[in-house]
Ligand binder design. Structure first.
Ligand code: GDP
Length: 370
């Protein structure tokens, strides 16, 4: 039925199977639209009728084309990242695409960080990571699109830094960009309807969302890019929801002897390799099951129980998960060992530990935040 049909809003080829890809239309809507000889993809439908945008992802090539346009325009770039999935929300090569345009770095989903973490520490860490990636942000903000925290401050900063120019909002999928943009829309437009306009990104099939700021400039929402190494990529939609923290993380502390292991579902593993008996604190989604076992038995235990006793993922979805890869660290200070997109453990100085994460998912260390 969908064969060859194009969305009359954005021109994307209509499809009914991949809800997060461009051109998605539920079958029921397609049938209705077909009768009226007018088919809109779900994204354009929501936008037209509810002034609400939905996340959509894009291939690398289309995304590069979009980003290239940014380098040719004078604009402020608002780069939205997930504070919980920092490497996973990096856009490779972004510094080349933004050219000389200023970047305002936004660490989103800050609502999940425990209150005991000082916000200034998080920003310092973000600045460090951004510098490593070749970015020199003009400012760094922490927001929660979900709670609306700091969204009005974000708008003030945008106004301050954009210098009368337009604003491009960029980010990979799942960082909460759509939720944040929807908050911005509420803030900018109040209750007014129909102030958002769409136009086509030249050279792509995709529409861009423009929220007018004044007579000559807009906030332009760009589609998210899929980052192949995001934890999100290896999990089913249901599991992703389950492991993504919805509320403030509650620290869980384990008294571990050396040669003990913790499993985080079947998605990650932490070995306490060497050191005195000590408290190890884990920061993961509050409902995620953490399983303790002996190091010497851990590999066999994983092989036997991944997908059954150790979940998520379940047995069926384990096939999508790459094998776990081991990363060993010797600490010299109190350190956070971060499995990007999943959580972290805080370990003391002068111990040897190993963290295991699916091949491709980053494991990084930072000076402990608490
Ligand atoms: P996008 O792909 O970047 O547009 O991301 P979405 O806005 O669709 O959000 C991705 C996921 O993150 C959804 O499960 C949201 O519920 C969740 N999310 C979005 N914003 C926030 C936030 O500020 N805090 C928290 N805790 N979760 C969020």
């Amino acid at each position: 039925l969908a064969d060859g049909l194009k969305c009359i809003g954005c021109g994307a080829t209509i499809q009914t199977t991949e809800p997060n890809e461009i051109g998605y239309t539920p079958m029921s809507a397609l049938i209705k639209g077909f009768d009226q000889e007018e088919v809109l993809c779900q994204r354009c439908f929501r936008l037209r009728h509810y002034n609400e945008i939905q996340p959509v992802s894009l291939t690398d090539d289309d995304f590069r084309r979009l980003l290239n346009q940014i380098s040719e325009t004078k604009a402020l770039v608002v780069y939205v990242m997930d504070v919980f999935d920092f490497s996973g929300s990096m856009i490779p090569g972004l510094h080349r695409f933004v050219g000389s345009n200023p970047i305002l770095l936004v660490g989103n989903k800050v609502d999940v960080l425990p209150h005991s973490i000082r916000r200034s520490k998080v920003k310092d860490w973000m600045r460090q990571q951004a510098n490593i990636a070749g970015l020199r942000p003009i400012d760094i903000m922490l927001t929660s699109g979900k709670n609306g925290d700091e969204v009005s401050t974000l708008l003030d900063k945008i106004e301050q830094y954009r210098n009368g120019q337009s604003v491009y909002v960029v980010g990979v999928t799942n960082v909460g960009k759509s939720t944040l943009i929807n908050q911005i829309i509420k803030d900018v437009t109040g209750d007014q309807q129909d102030v958002i306009t769409t136009s086509r990104f030249p050279g792509t099939t995709l529409d861009r969302i423009e929220i007018p700021l004044d007579d000559s400039s807009d906030i332009i929402d760009t589609p998210g890019i899929i980052h192949a190494d995001q934890m999100a990529h290896f999990l089913s939609a249901k599991d992703l929801k389950y492991v993504s923290p919805q509320k403030e993380l509650k620290p869980r502390t384990y008294q571990l002897n050396s040669e003990q292991t913790l499993f985080f579902g079947a998605m990650a593993r932490f070995d306490y390799v060497q050191g005195p008996k000590t408290g190890i604190t884990a920061y993961f989604e509050n409902n995620l099951q953490i399983h303790r076992t002996k190091l010497e038995k851990a590999t066999a235990f994983y092989e036997k129980h991944a997908g059954t006793l150790l979940t998520p993922p379940n047995d069926k979805d384990m096939a999508k998960m790459p094998p776990l890869r081991r990363h060993e660290f010797k600490t010299t200070m109190k350190t956070d060992i971060v499995v990007d997109g999943l959580g972290w453990v805080t370990v003391p100085a002068n111990v040897v530990v190993a963290a295991w994460a699916p091949e491709g998912v980053s494991v990084l260390t930072r000076k402990a935040m608490i």
